[in-house]
Ligand binder design. Sequence first.
Ligand code: SF4
Ligand code: SF4
Length: 432
Amino acid sequence: MGPSFKGGVATPHHKKATEHLAIERAPVPERLVIPMSQHLGAPCEPLVAKGDRVERGQLVGDVEAFISAPVHSAVAGTVVEITDTLTPAGSRSRAVVIEPNESQELERFVAVPEEEDRVARVRAAGVVGMGGAMFPSSVKLKPPREFTLETVIVNGCECEPFLTCDHRTMVELPERVTAGARLVADITGASRVVIGVEDNKPDAVEALRTQAGSDIEVMALKTKYPQGAEKQLIMAVAGKEVPKGQLPAATGALVHNVGTVAAIADAVERGRPLIERVVTVTGAVRRPGNYLAVVGTSIADLVEHAGGLHDDVEVVFAGGPMTGFALASLDVPVVKGTSGVVALRAGETRPEVGEDQPCIRCGRCPEACPIFLQPFAIASHADADDWDGAHHYHALDCIECGACSFVCPTRRPLLQLIRVAKHALLDRGERP
Ligand code: SF4
Ligand code: SF4
């Protein structure tokens, strides 16, 4: 049994349907909706107008803010509209709508400009955290000067149930993952490189070990939710706790997801912008798979390519069922952080979807919380719009893993309530 962290829960994996299915390219849709906000930070401004012709890989949106990432067209085609769209997370964003040309040469793309500085190239390629957080990778590669980075941790845990896109990336593209890991270490000056993989993916561990030389450690970690959360992974791999209110870099460790390091390698070595990604489409769909989709493909198109939904589907998540977002409509685009589309039937939903009952003070949620919060207390203050109370119980430290919701016997919508409190606190200027 590999190393791990304290707390957490044993969730059912539900990965069998797709874990052995090779990555398959999804068709280019008839229309792409490319949101200008696919990253944490300032949204981009469209750089094209209705009627413009664009190439695959061409820059279509950018902004001059430090925390930002440009966006590119994933196809050759014509801009037909600049509009507003809903994103999978439920927020609104400006978007460039593109109708692709009839024929596409998908092996070709407009390369990002040659830059001396590799971090500038990562930014020009629009690389963001592909595990879901969508934090601009170029910013993460330049942590504040006061931190000395010692360890690069590549996150191959994929602890979220149902998802297998990272698993397949590690099995099928281990050279891209190790190349990206080495680049990140070289750029940041870190001397140790560890790829952490949950021990329920032995084929991924083997594929990576075949590629990794003596400079990269491939570590099999205990399979436990949320092993892939940044702070928990640093504890498991480096044995260090992120000090309260500080950046993970304060421990000397930097965590990047496997898909992200592969995208960094593609950006630096091949000038390739981030314009497509692997999305696991699974659960109650007729043809589950790991589909390589161009960014901007609607989730409805992707689900249709996966054979459509079964009739008794109750909820569809963008991302996994623990941390993902329940979709009000499938008419939202795949973005750079869309790791999965998971359709669940009644009774399969995560505990918080359904009738909830009052808290019975069973004590399970604080036991499950990997960062020792009291989720029931934060949630009850959030329920009463008492943001001071939620702040007192450290709502802003919550990493949104959903373990508390998962274990609650009365189906309290804990994560949902805590997210509301966090947004309210951040809106009024509070910081963790
Ligand atoms: S309170 Fe936050 S960090 Fe703790 S279990 Fe719940 S979602 Fe996870
Ligand atoms: S798990 Fe649910 S019922 Fe138990 S203490 Fe937490 S909120 Fe209350």
